[in-house]
Design a protein around this ligand. Structure first.
Ligand code: AMP
Length: 116
């Protein structure tokens, strides 16, 4: 599978790992948009929320929010708060077709985040 995030989860492409368990892998975004910017991915290749089947969700996604709680605690942003972003598809701005949640924090974030 020629997927950059699959290769990162497999250790074939280097990344700054922050968390790993049986199902998930998290690493620092190479182009951070805030002091903390981590990507959380399932190890199994799932292209996006839109492409995820119900069976894949049941098998691969349990523990997703627990992983976020562990990561944000570990990075010291649990108390201050953070933002989850899951860009999905072309209009959503998804550039890597392997489902990932951006965990963004470490400062007070503005809202709305996007403009025309
Ligand atoms: P998205 O645009 O939502 O698909 O997000 C893809 C993210 O992956 C972007 O924020 C990129 O900066 C990040 N990214 C791409 N390649 C790498 C890499 N090799 N290591 C870490 N982050 C990456």
């Amino acid at each position: 599978m020629n997927c950059i995030f699959c290769q990162i989860a497999a250790g074939e492409i280097p990344a700054q790992k922050v968390y790993e368990d049986d199902r998930f892998f998290a690493f620092h975004d190479v182009a951070p948009t805030a002091p903390v910017h981590v990507l959380l991915i399932p190890k199994t290749h799932i292209a996006s929320i839109a492409a995820m089947t119900d069976a894949e969700e049941a098998a691969e996604m349990p523990g997703f929010f627990a992983a976020i709680r562990t990561i944000t605690r570990q990075l010291g942003i649990e108390e201050g708060g953070y933002r989850l972003v899951v860009n999905t598809g072309a209009d959503g701005g998804q550039t890597v077709p392997h489902f990932h949640a951006h965990i963004i924090g470490g400062k007070a974030l503005g809202w709305p985040p996007f403009h025309d």
